[in-house]
Design a protein around this ligand. Structure first.
Ligand code: NAD
Length: 503
């Protein structure tokens, strides 16, 4: 392939875009299947340069008053809104998601910036007067220093916005390693941060793959790593980062089940499943990829309605607002999805709607998979165990709600789930007892808002703190507790050898 005429997506170090063509990887337009750009792949040397810039920027940024740090975020939010069309186009060209879906991703990201604008309030700390005679005590929340974020392809704007606004507004300096598969919209965010008034070096972007990630994990001056991606990589990141003494939160993959109870509102179920299973081509970590029908009667009705509705779904190029969803990210990923459909068939499931060969007219070389519906799926099938991450909805049939809950609790992932029912008691029991981090009651994508926090259970999250919201503030700060006594000159205490108390 001739790459010398391709535009190269560079890094962003110390306030400048740095294009390095010594090691690159091609970037595809997944709607056409064509190579559209190439991206610089950084390694230890690039990470070293980014860390040097971030370290140099830290002392001044740490001492910048929170209100001034927040003002950069206010301006950044304005710029995100003003440049929304460009951001959504960049997302669409490299990820493939339809412009209305990209706008939703951006809006969810902006809400994290809005939350970060509250830094002066969020960082106020905790104070108690008179914990002892003339003694006051308080906790402050200090930045950690240089911190890093590593993000996946499926939300090239929203997931970085889960991380760096909060880290930066808390006084840290940041190194972001975006997905090398769709890097342009993420790089553009860094340029907008500069335009918003962020001092050089506070936010740096290094593109790359495993080499760049390993350099982050090994760098002694990086204090914390926030990661979002697939479970095997999340586990690797968590174990390596913590072994190297870093604070780490690593969010992984998912298999999100919807329980459909016999009393559920079927129209609501079908509309929810269509959007949550096929929206963004099923490439969301909160996508509903499994429907567990309680009883054959509701299963048959649900499948009949779904099949009819799926025939009307439109998929195609990102720029056409009339499309419901776009292509999947690469030809390789498409092959993986088709492999799961094949294996389900081979292991005895019924593929009722097969999107394997579907291709929108004019985009036959794009990485498209049509909406796919599989019935008769069993717990031990590999397509059920794995995260497919494509527009594939699998149906399992059980006889009781207890059986449905057992399936979910037995699954290795615990990101999201939901139940469809009109029975409040069943819903409450479900929410109380399901081993999953984010639960919906008649809500298909229970993605917490920016002022809550996001995370899964089991092998969907390694670490202790969820992402963004109040947990984000805790992750990107370190508590310091100060106890002081005034006036000091009148205090003449004898040496005290027992533990100090007020008794
Ligand atoms: P991925 O794990 O392949 O990549 C994520 C990041 O890790 C990228 O920046 C990539 O460059 C890097 N990486 C990839 N292989 C690596 C390796 N061997 N060593 C070190 N670093 C490596 O994930 P993806 O395909 O980009 O994204 C999809 C996955 O992310 C899905 O599993 C999805 O469920 C998950 N995801 C989870 C959440 C969540 O909040 N839990 C959100 C979005 C996506």
């Amino acid at each position: 392939m001739q790459t010398d005429t391709l535009q190269t997506v560079g890094h962003f170090i110390n306030g400048e875009v740095v294009v390095d063509e010594s090691n690159t990887q091609v970037v595809y337009n997944p709607s056409t299947g064509e190579v559209s750009k190439q991206v610089s792949l950084g390694g230890a040397k690039t990470i070293e340069e980014a860390v040097a810039a971030a370290k140099a920027a830290f002392p001044q940024w740490r001492n910048t008053p929170p209100i001034k740090r927040a003002r950069v975020m206010f301006k950044f939010k304005e710029l995100l809104e003003k440049n929304a069309d460009t951001i959504c186009r960049l997302i669409g060209e490299e990820h493939g998601k339809i412009v209305h879906d990209a706008a939703g991703e951006l809006q969810r990201g902006i809400e994290n910036v809005e939350y970060a604008c509250g830094a002066p309030e969020l960082l106020k700390g905790e104070h108690t007067r008179n914990v002892g005679p003339d003694i006051d005590s308080w906790s402050e929340f200090h930045p950690l220093g240089v911190v890093a974020g590593i993000t996946p392809f499926n939300f090239p704007v929203m997931v970085p916005l889960w991380m760096f606004p909060m880290a930066i507004v808390c006084g840290n300096t940041f190194i972001l390693k975006p997905s090398e598969r769709d890097p342009s919209s993420t790089l553009y965010l860094a340029q907008l941060m500069k335009e918003a008034g962020l001092p050089d070096g506070v936010l740096n972007v290094v593109n790359g793959g495993k080499d760049a990630v390993d350099a982050i994990l090994e760098h002694k001056d990086i204090q914390a790593v926030s990661f979002v991606g697939s479970t095997p990589i999340a586990e690797y990141i968590y174990t390596t980062a913590t072994a190297n003494g870093k604070r780490c939160q690593a969010l992984g993959g998912a298999k999100n089940h919807a329980i459909v109870m016999p009393d559920a509102d079927l129209d609501n179920v079908v509309n929810s499943l269509l959007g949550a299973a096929f929206g963004s081509s099923g490439e969301r970590c909160m996508a509903l990829s499994v429907a567990v029908a309680v009883g054959d009667e509701i299963a048959d009705k649900m499948i009949a309605s779904l099949t009819e509705a799926m025939a009307k779904l439109k998929f195609g190029v990102h720029s056409d607002k009339g499309n419901d969803f776009g292509p999947v990210i690469t030809a390789e990923h498409k092959g993986k999805i088709l492999g799961h459909i094949e294996s389900a068939k081979a292991q005895g499931a019924k593929v009722l709607v097969d999107g394997s060969a579907a291709a929108p007219e004019g985009f036959e070389n794009g990485f498209f998979v049509g909406p796919t519906l599989i019935d008769g799926v069993q717990k031990d099938m590999s397509s059920y165990q794995a995260e497919i991450f494509g527009p594939v909805l699998q149906v399992l049939r059980v006889n009781t709600m207890a059986e449905a809950m057992q399936l979910i609790n037995d699954h290795e992932y615990g990101n999201g789930t939901c139940i469809y029912t009109r029975d409040g008691e069943a819903a409450r029991y479900f929410a109380d007892n399901i081993q999953v981090g984010m639960v919906g009651i008649n809500i298909p994508l229970p993605v917490p808002v920016a002022y809550q926090s996001f995370g899964g259970w089991k092998r969907s999250l390694f670490g202790d703190l969820f992402m963004y919201g109040p947990d984000g503030v805790r992750f990107f700060t370190r508590r310091k507790t100060i106890t002081q006594r005034w006036p000091s000159s009148e205090i003449r205490e004898a040496a005290q050898f027992s533990m100090p108390t007020l008794n």
